[in-house]
Design a binder for this molecule. Structure first.
Ligand SMILES: Cc1ncc(COP(=O)(O)O)c(C=O)c1O
Length: 369
């Protein structure tokens, strides 16, 4: 076991034991996850077979219905699903350039798979910490086959455009002959800020990828949704990329359970995130961004070193069964750390006074360490 995994086990164990949790959810054990799968499986449900039938087909139908597309294909990862969507755009338009934000997942976290495996080329759409504007896309120096928009843009603080900005940037891409693909890893919770349904948002684009293991709490997996023709192509390339697994029912069943259980709750989390962010912004030297948050996730800065905050948070969890916020990282400003806050089920139980009290207990530990 690596030191990093051992540390993770310690954190997960501490978080599981907490009575109070501000950011995130209580992690489940394998046995608890098996219970969820058992409850989601009808007695006559058969395993899927290389992507056909069973829970995989059920989740594909469900996603196509929710997003209002002709079809959807289940993928083991979003990394794979998006490469397929982008290469389809390149083949249809004859353009290997993809409009990507410098902070987007393919440019930050995928070891350049779009280029190394897909033979595609990135055109950076903006230097601003948000999705590009219509003017920026209209002014790109070179033609692009696909414009990819990440909704919300996670590494900029889970930020979304307004609906009008989104409509305008999609129009600008189309005016330049480009297709539009949405990285909707967190599309589920974006409906609140955008003020439009999943199907209305998806209707703006040619293809959308959604994730099952982030806000929905599934095991893993993704879906690519769009036209029937795109999805036929996606199934062929999923096979070529090594993504046509013999059976995927555990991930698919967990996805269905997440759609049943978490999807209806997300709007409530987004509403509560506004109150949580307001309480946190009142702490000495704190900043939150965006304010108010666009989804149930946002960034928080506190004027302390990351190690001190992580240690204090873990000690609070282990000794007082209360979890404030984990995952602190140092920033370019010495002594100022940043963490991502996720307001989910457990945080709904906490009001502003309880949040301030939790923060005070962590900061007292930092001060006396
Ligand atoms: C915005 C975004 N896009 C794509 C992905 C890729 O998803 P996967 O881990 O399923 O490959 C992630 C995963 O964290 C993500 O956050």
């Amino acid at each position: 076991m690596t030191d990093a995994y051992a540390e993770r086990v310690r954190r997960v164990t501490a978080l599981r034991g907490c009575d109070t949790v501000l950011s995130g959810i209580r992690p489940t054990s394998v046995a608890e996850q098996l219970d969820t799968l058992r409850a989601a499986a009808t007695d006559d449900l058969l395993p899927d077979f290389y992507g056909e039938g069973g829970a995989v087909e059920a989740v594909e139908r469900r996603v196509a219905e929710l997003l209002g597309t002709e079809a959807a294909a289940f993928f083991p990862t979003g990394t794979m699903a998006q490469q397929v969507a982008l290469r389809y755009g390149a083949e249809l338009t004859g353009r290997d350039a993809v409009g990507l934000h410098p902070l987007s997942h393919p440019l930050q976290h995928e070891r350049d798979a779009y280029a190394v495996l897909g033979g595609l080329r990135a055109v950076r759409t903006t230097g601003a910490p948000c999705n590009p504007t219509a003017d920026e896309v209209a002014a790109l120096d070179e033609p692009i086959g696909t414009l990819m928009l990440e909704l919300p843009l996670r590494d900029a603080g889970f930020v979304l455009p307004t609906w009008d900005e989104l409509v305008a940037v999609v129009g600008a891409a189309r005016a330049r002959g480009a297709r539009v693909h949405l990285d909707g890893a967190r599309l589920w919770e974006s409906t609140v800020h955008l003020g439009h349904s999943l199907a209305e948002i998806t209707g703006l684009a040619d293809s959308v990828y959604v994730s099952f293991y982030k806000s929905l709490g599934g095991h893993s997996g993704a879906a690519l949704a769009g036209s029937a023709e795109l999805i036929r192509y996606a199934r062929a390339w999923r096979h070529r990329y090594g993504g046509n697994l013999f059976q995927q029912w555990p991930a698919a069943l967990a996805a269905l359970a997440g759609l049943d259980r978490e999807l209806p709750r997300l709007a409530g989390y987004v509403a509560h995130a506004e109150r949580v962010a307001e309480a946190l912004a009142g702490l000495p030297g704190a900043r939150v961004h965006p304010a108010p948050p666009h989804t149930h996730q946002f960034r928080l800065w506190l004027p302390h070193p990351a190690d001190a905050l992580n240690d204090a948070n873990l000690a609070l969890a282990e000794e007082e069964k209360a979890w404030f916020v984990g995952g602190w990282q140092d920033t370019e400003v010495a002594g100022l750390a940043m963490a991502e806050v996720t307001v989910a089920g457990p945080a709904l139980e906490l009001d502003a006074d309880q949040i301030t009290d939790l923060a005070d207990r962590v900061i007292r530990r930092v001060a006396t360490a």
